[in-house]
Design a protein around this ligand. Sequence first.
Ligand code: TTP
Length: 192
Amino acid sequence: MNSRPIVLASASPRRSELLESAGITFVVAPADIDETPLPGEEPVDHVLRLAEEKARAAASRTEGRFFVGADTIVLCDGEIMGKPKDAADADRMLKKLSGVPHEVVTGYAVYDRERDAALSQAVRTKVFFKSLRQEEIDAYIATGCPFDKAGAYAIQGGAAHMVQKIDGSYSNVVGLPLCEVVETLRTMGALD
Ligand SMILES: Cc1cn([C@H]2C[C@H](O)[C@@H](COP(=O)(O)OP(=O)(O)OP(=O)(O)O)O2)c(=O)[nH]c1=O
């Protein structure tokens, strides 16, 4: 699908699987950046900033032409939820999400090293959780799954049964809005 080198600036195996599923050839070069929100930073500005920082950080130390970075957060009642710090934090997040619709926001950026230019976009998906029983929350946390996921859950994993419905892109919830990312790669000339 592409002859020009694409680099995925991510350590997330889910993002790799999604991009692979679109038939895109790429190499992986995770970018380790500080993901703390700036004081007063709006959620969309936050994910867009981090996505571009990840793409540019990978470009500063990896061969390639197009660099894809992404960042996913859960937005519930004004709170930006990243990954839980520990089991108590995961428990707090899941209790807050229980029975309440929330949004998953993923920002992504494609940085073209040759033109020193980036295109970015934030995609929002509404997720409706059922009311969770404490035993369900405890059992889920005991699996260890919540710890590397924004909002302490994975729609593609053990939390599938907690989700009543979604409104919007599924791949966006998993961490990369595939439809939009592929279109952006095409617009930028990264795909044949
Ligand atoms: C809500 C939700 C999030 N997630 C994941 C997507 C992201 O990998 C993670 C949010 O953390 P991110 O900081 O966006 O990404 P990451 O640290 O995993 O990877 P990298 O920064 O190297 O690209 O949560 C799921 O896998 N399923 C879900 O249902």
